[in-house]
Each structure stands twice: as C-alpha cells, then as structure tokens.
Design a binder for this molecule. Structure first.
Ligand code: PDD
Length: 293
C-alpha cells in the first residue's frame, strides 16, 4: 500500500513520524475522509472546503492550495488498487517539544494521506438496516471541526458495537446531534427532518447531498433542531456518511424503529443517492475531472 507523507509517496511500511508529533501527543490535528468512485473523488471541492474550515478552527495554516491538494489526491488515487476507494487526509501541527501552546516559531505540519478500498454497505445490510443505541453526547462544543482527537467518538461508537449495533445516536440537552461517526436523519409522516449544521455536529458532505436530493425531488424536508422524543418516535431513522452512504437504522435501543424494516424514505433516498452518484461521475468523466475552484 502506497501512502503520502510530507511530500513523498512511499510504501506504508516506510512511513515514519516522530513520537513528538503533536498529533500523537495531543491529538492536535484535523482530517478528512473522501470517497472515490471509479477513481474519481466525490465532491472534492466540498471536502477541501470543510478541511479549510477545520484548519481555521484549530488555527493551522493550510499546507497546500486547492490545486496542490487536487494533484496529490489524484496521484494517491492512481496508486490505489481499487476503483472505489476512500481517501484519508490527516494534518497535524507537526513535531515539537511537548508543550500545550503552539510551537514558536511554528514547525512544519505533518501531512499524511492514505487510500483504502471503499466497501459500501452490502445488499443484505441495505435490506435489513442496522441497529443503533442512544447515548448522551459528551463531546466538546466544536463538533463542526473534523478533529483527529476522536476519543469520545471512539468510546461512543464502541457502546454500539458492544450492543451488537452499528451506530450510537447522540443526544445533547434533549436534542439529537448526530451519530458517533455519521449524521442522522429522522423521517416522520413522510417528512425528512435534519438537525441544522451548527457547532454540535460535523457538517456532513453526504448530509448535504441528501438534502439537495430531497429538495430536487420534492421530498418534504425540514432543517431544524430535532428533539430526542422525535428520534424515539420516528417512522424511520437514516444514517449518512462518506463510507456508509445512506443506511436505514431499524432498531434503536433494542426496539424497532417504525415497522422495524427499512422504509419508503430510505428506499427513495438511497435510490436517488445512487443515481446522483452515477450522474455526477458521468458528468465528471465528460468534463475530465471538474476542477477544484
Ligand atoms: N466520518 N459526523 C461524524 C462525527 C463523522 O465522523 C462523519 C464521517 C459524519 C459524516 O460526514 P460525511 O458525510 O462528510 O462523511 C458525520 C468519517 C466517515 C470517518 O471518520 O471515518
């Protein structure tokens, strides 16, 4: 497997970072996950925009221009084995003597990228849906930053795994924020409900696509705070992420969600999402990539 580290592509076995890297010591960095279909990055400009937002959020200068990122990303995609991949981009504040405050003068950031095969949910999982548990959202107040410091998310996701489930739905002050590593939508009486993009959730790229699809296809939808009671009383629950795309949640805390089967809203949105993906990829192919602004 070929990875990228600080200006060079190399076999992963050769990639080394100093133990004093602030990513290792403090979790002082940010990341992105970008899906790639047929060797074309999906919504690259949007992912790079979110990366910039995360970097701004931790006051770290972007080491590359949009064009440089595009070139690096495309080179990484070429080195990957699979046609469909997920790219992981990771930037830390670099290696320096351990001190909480930023190194002065600044040190070069650590830039790491890797590609893995993208394994979207198999047909059986799409047909059955997945289980979820609920938990109090005990993360910090800047969940809009895609920070590599993911210990709360790790512990919250493990709660789901320990219960034989796929995701943990997070509740803060009586409202649903998101999943441990996904965004969550509620469907009730034919309407899709989505929490607003604020500091309590990651502004998901897949979340945006789903709302655009809903808008374009006259699916009733509303972006507003979603009460925990609406989650527990939902007809359907959906999770979205770059690697899971759109998936139905069919049990919550061991109880069936609605009918306990993936419902009409899931079927509609999942189908439209697949069509959208195919259309975008076809369009990108026709215009040879559709660059990053
Ligand atoms: N996670 N919320 C959280 C906390 C996430 O970690 C993710 C994605 C999302 C969905 O965002 P997007 O649609 O842009 O993938 C929401 C990625 C996949 C990860 O950490 O592996």
């Amino acid at each position: 497997m070929i990875v990228y580290l600080n200006g060079q592509f190399m076999p992963i076995e050769e990639a080394r970072i100093p133990v004093l890297d602030r990513g290792f010591i403090f979790g002082d960095g940010v990341y992105e996950v970008i899906p790639v279909y047929s060797r074309r990055p999906f919504r690259l400009a949007e992912h790079l925009r979110r990366l910039q937002h995360s970097l701004d959020g931790i006051r770290l200068q972007n080491p590359h221009s949009g064009q440089e990122w595009e070139r690096l990303v495309n080179e990484l995609i070429r080195s990957g084995e699979a046609e469909d991949q997920y790219l992981y981009l990771h930037i830390t504040r670099g290696a320096a003597k351990r001190d909480h405050a930023f190194p002065k003068p600044p040190v070069p950031p650590t830039v790491f990228m890797m590609s893995n095969p993208l394994l979207t949910p198999p047909a059986e999982l799409l047909a059955s849906g997945v289980g979820a548990v609920s938990a109090a959202d005990n993360r910090w107040l800047r969940c809009d930053i895609k920070a590599i410091a993911l210990l709360p998310n790790v512990l919250l996701r493990q709660m789901a795994v320990d219960a034989g489930c796929a995701e943990t739905i997070l509740i803060r002050d009586g409202f649903m924020t998101e999943g441990a590593a996904s965004n969550i939508f509620v469907a009730k009486n034919g309407k899709l409900l989505a929490p607003p993009k604020d500091n309590f959730m990651l502004p998901g790229i897949t979340y945006d696509v789903v709302l655009e699809i809903a808008q374009a296809n006259n699916i009733l939808h509303e972006v507003r705070k979603v009460a925990a009671s609406e989650v527990f009383g939902a007809d359907e629950l959906l999770l979205t992420s770059s690697t899971k795309e759109v998936l139905a949640i069919t049990t919550l805390d061991d109880k069936p969600v609605g009918s306990g089967k993936p419902g009409a809203m899931f079927a509609r949105l999942h189908g439209l999402y697949q069509n959208f993906k195919r259309d975008v990829m076809r369009k990108d192919a026709a215009s040879a990539g559709g660059g990053v602004a």
